[in-house]
Design a protein around this ligand. Structure first.
Ligand code: SAM
Length: 255
C-alpha cells in the first residue's frame, strides 16, 4: 500500500470508529449484520481452527468468529477501530498492521475472512497474495466486498465516495468477475462466488447514513422480511445484478 493511502485510511477510520459502534447499536441493524456474517460463515470449513479477520474494524464480526473459534485473530490498520474491538471481543488477539504487509508466518491460518477491507487498499493482488501465503494448504479465504456490477450502484457509490467525508474517493467496488480474476491472479482457486444484499443492505446496513428505520415501529420484523426478499433477489438470474456485495471464497493453489 502506498504510505499516503495507509495514512489516509488510518485518519479516515479514526473518525469512523465511533460511527461503527453506533451503526451496530440497533437491533434491526445487528439482525442484518448477523445475516451477512452467516452468509460468509457458511463457507467456513468445519475443521478450520486458526482464523483471521483481516480488516476487523470494531470487531462485530470478530466477536462471532471468536465465539465459534476461540483464539481468533483480528487485524486492522486503524488502532482507533481496534480500541473498540477490545471492548467487543476481549478474548481475541488484536494486531495493528497493514494487510499488505502481514506480520504472520506463512501457513499460519486455516481461514481468513475479509469483510470490506480489500477495496480500501491499492495493490489488491499483493493483499490477496499475502493471504494465500498466510493460509495453510487446505485453508480458505472468504471475502465480501462492494459489488459494482450494476451501473446505478456503481454510479451512486462513486458519487458518495467522492462527496462524503466518511469515504475515500479512491476506494472502489469490484465486479464479480473482476474480484474472481484478482483472486486467481493472486494464486487462488475459486470455491464460491455469489452475491449478497439489496433492500436490507440499504435500509439496515448503515443507520448512521440512512437512518429511516430507526423511527419505524416493528423495524426488526421489516428487516427479516427484507432479508428473505434479498435472498430471493440474489438467487434470481435477472435480478441478482442488483446486489450490493459480492461474496467470494477460494483456496490457495499450491504447486
Ligand atoms: C469497511 S471497514 C469494515 C470493518 C469490519 N470488517 C466490519 O465489517 O465492520 C474496513 C476496515 O478495513 C481497515 N483497513 C483499511 N485498510 C487496511 C489495510 N491496509 N490493512 C488493514 N486494514 C485496513 C479499516 O481500518 C476498516 O476497519
Amino acid at each position: 500500500m502506498s504510505a499516503s493511502n495507509a495514512l489516509e485510511q488510518i485518519e479516515l477510520h479514526k473518525a469512523l470508529a465511533p460511527r461503527y459502534a453506533y451503526r451496530y447499536s440497533f437491533e434491526f441493524s445487528r439482525l442484518f449484520q448477523e445475516d451477512w456474517h452467516r452468509e460468509m460463515l457458511r463457507l467456513l470449513p468445519e475443521k478450520s481452527e486458526r482464523v483471521l479477520d483481516l480488516g476487523c474494524g470494531t470487531g462485530f464480526f470478530l466477536a462471532e468468529l471468536e465465539a465459534l473459534r476461540p483464539g481468533a485473530v483480528g487485524l486492522d490498520i486503524s488502532h482507533a477501530m481496534l480500541r473498540v474491538s477490545e471492548q467487543y471481543v476481549p478474548g481475541a488477539r488484536l494486531v495493528t498492521a497493514d494487510a499488505e504487509r502481514l506480520p504472520f508466518r506463512d501457513r499460519s491460518f486455516d481461514a481468513i475472512f475479509c469483510k470490506g477491507s480489500l477495496h480500501h487498499t491499492r495493490d489488491h493482488v499483493r493483499f490477496l497474495s499475502n493471504c494465500a501465503r498466510a493460509l495453510r494448504s487446505n485453508g480458505v479465504l472468504i471475502m465480501s466486498e462492494p459489488c459494482n456490477d450494476n451501473f446505478l450502484i456503481r454510479w451512486a457509490r462513486a458519487a458518495m465516495y467522492r462527496v462524503s467525508k466518511h469515504f475515500h474517493p479512491d476506494d472502489k467496488g469490484f465486479t464479480k468477475t473482476g474480484l474472481v480474476a484478482l483472486m486467481e491472479r493472486a494464486g487462488f482457486e475459486i470455491t464460491y462466488a455469489g452475491r449478497y444484499g439489496f433492500f436490507a443492505y440499504i435500509f439496515a446496513g448503515f443507520p448512521d447514513h440512512i437512518g429511516i428505520l430507526r423511527w419505524v415501529p416493528g423495524n426488526a420484523w421489516i428487516v427479516r422480511r427484507m432479508l428473505a426478499l434479498d435472498r430471493w433477489i440474489c438467487s434470481t438470474r435477472f435480478l441478482r445484478i442488483l446486489s450490493f456485495q459480492v461474496v467470494v471464497s477460494g483456496r490457495p493453489r499450491r504447486s
